[in-house]
Design a protein around this ligand. Sequence first.
Ligand code: ASP
Length: 326
Amino acid sequence: HPMTRILILSVGGTIGMVASARGYVPAPGLGERLRHALRGAGAAADALPAFDVLEQPPIDSADLRPTHWRAWAQALQAAWDDYDGFVLLHGTDTMAWSAAALAFMLRGQDKPVILTGAQVPLGVARSDALANVCAALTLAACADVREVAVCFGRHLWRGCRVRKVSAQRFDAFAAPNDEPLAELGIAVALHRQRLWRWSHGRRFAAPPFDDRAVAALALHPGLGAVAVRALTADARVRALLLHSYGAGNVPAQDRAFLDALADASARGVVVANVTQCWHGAVDPGAYATGSVLADAGVVPLADMTPEAAWAKLHVLLAGGADAATV
Ligand code: ASP
């Protein structure tokens, strides 16, 4: 529709970076460079919806902290009524965490929020920046998309299901336990039956995050109680996310390890469990090495991605939920 207007919130990432002696670094002014590149693209750009650009200080998303999420959620919420859809330009390294966090903060959203970025900076030969931005703008103008989604390469993925899977490929994201919401070929094939259709009204949040509130621990052979106790010794750590083996298993013969988990949950630390497997879910009770976790007060998180689980713990705790509610 000619009146459709999109807000692009630019927060950093390779898409806007420039070369330096130490490798790519963030640089300001992506909005202007983007308009210039789109003008150069000529007729193709005419088919895109109109947009404004709001630039936050650009970061390499490896420098992301949960406190950034609050500022970005506040910026989106303040502009919500003035635009038909939103694009967030973000680095790929931690895009999955931010997509999930925004999905959990924009509950009941009635407009699209599309995250994208690039593997090669705008203006560098063979950059994927312009193609990704054009696709994201197109999808942000689709009123049927009422969720946070990641548009990258050839796919649109649900924001709370996506993971970065490649540091090299243009199709850098995938959702191991989900199907794409759209396939981007010559045409944009939106799988409308897969889109989120229910809205119970906006229940937006932009809570005050504590960057240290959630710690994560990836299991490996030989990991012991020392690691659990070291992480949970920080009084600001209010949740510990285990990345366990397979169907949610841990070393059940290591009594000290299980005691450290039980002690943490008895002190009010939410101890939760996702699988470190690429595909599948935590299946409590499938193995005795998983059943022991129930006795230690550990919460199984089914097939959530580690990124979504971590972000959801942060959003819930920042929103004031106590351990029992979480
Ligand atoms: N390090 C970059 C970032 O996440 C990578 C990228 O954007 O592709 O900001």
